[in-house]
Design a protein around this ligand. Structure first.
Ligand SMILES: [Zn+2]
Length: 313
């Protein structure tokens, strides 16, 4: 880890206890045990009122999860989540799923926005970009060896994207913490998105340069001392060279932070080496406000890719 990363780790360790962590290994299936047998951890309904027949991904399959599953997510919640929050995250990620080669349930998805001439596909060694020059959504810089791709996102609800990360946090939450998050379980199963908690912010850090260890890892950080000016619980998930870090909205535990400014220490990229920073630069950071419950249409995602070799076909 680089010097900045080590300092951040030290600060986080002084304020937080890691109460849960995991690394998803491809091909090694892990099923998270139920908190209470036959009871859904999200809606709280019991068998036989709800069934548990569908294999439930703890994190969505499209972020590359094919190994971590839940045993206490009922079929109704499973269907609900895929309809009201997971599609929004998939749309929000847009072309990044292809460019970052995130293998979904079967393969890396092809990207082809509606009404466009852009088409992008990828395998483990190359990325195939087909576009009409007139479109202007792909620009090349041969000196810097970069390609910039500007692509439309399909419509998404920012709050639903946030809820999708909350859902992942709840999936790996230990039993003794669930009682502090019952209000969030109730919130994420509501079909209508309403502003109960604000602001809803996610800190996203993106690695520049190639991703060496492409595994999904996650962390749940719990504040050590009540009274410290930091949020009670933070969820961190790392995949495809990006860290998503979110303080979970828990007013009962964070009432004394209400209306006050507080700092969030950036989670250090665990496998970032000094050599990598020297060669490609440090990790970029962005705070994303996902408070809005309104559908966003016509949003664009801009991505800059470095290439080794460019083949014109
Ligand atoms: Zn349920």
């Amino acid at each position: 880890m680089d010097q900045i990363g080590l300092k951040r780790k030290e600060k986080i360790d002084s304020l937080y206890l890691t109460i849960e962590r995991g690394f998803l290994v491809k091909g090694r299936k892990v099923v998270i045990p139920s908190i209470e047998s036959g009871v859904c951890r999200y809606c709280g309904k019991k068998s036989p009122d709800v069934c548990f027949k569908t294999e439930a991904h703890a994190f969505p399959g499209f972020i590359g999860n094919n190994s971590l599953f839940s045993s206490d997510e009922c079929d109704s919640c499973n269907e609900l989540f895929s309809r009201i929050i997971e599609d929004d995250l998939a749309n929000y990620m847009g072309v990044a799923r292809t460019l970052k080669r995130i293998r979904g349930r079967n393969k890396i998805p092809k990207y082809k926005p509606p009404n466009g001439t852009l088409e992008i596909s990828a395998d483990h060694s190359s990325i195939d970009i087909r576009s009409s020059r007139e479109e202007g959504n792909v620009t090349r810089d041969l000196d810097q060896k970069t390609i910039t791709i500007t692509s439309p996102r399909l419509p998404y609800v920012p709050m639903a994207v946030f809820k999708c990360f909350v859902k992942m946090a709840i999936a790996v939450l230990p039993k003794n913490e669930l009682l502090h998050l019952r209000h969030l379980c109730d919130w994420i199963v509501q079909e209508r998105h309403q502003v109960y908690y604000k602001p809803l912010k996610i800190i996203k850090q993106s690695l520049t340069g190639p991703v060496k260890y492409d595994v999904i890892s996650y962390y749940l950080l719990k504040r050590k001392h009540h009274g410290d000016m930091v949020p009670y619980l933070q969820f961190v998930i790392i995949f495809a060279g990006e860290i998503y870090q979110l303080p979970l909205p828990i007013p009962d535990m964070d009432y004394y932070l209400d209306g006050k400014e507080f700092e969030v220490t950036l989670f250090p990229y665990p496998t970032l080496s000094v050599d990598h920073v020297d060669k490609y630069g440090s990790v970029g950071c962005q705070v994303i406000d996902l408070t809005s419950p309104e559908l966003v249409v016509g949003d664009e995602l801009k991505m800059v890719m470095h290439f080794d070799e460019l083949l014109n076909l």
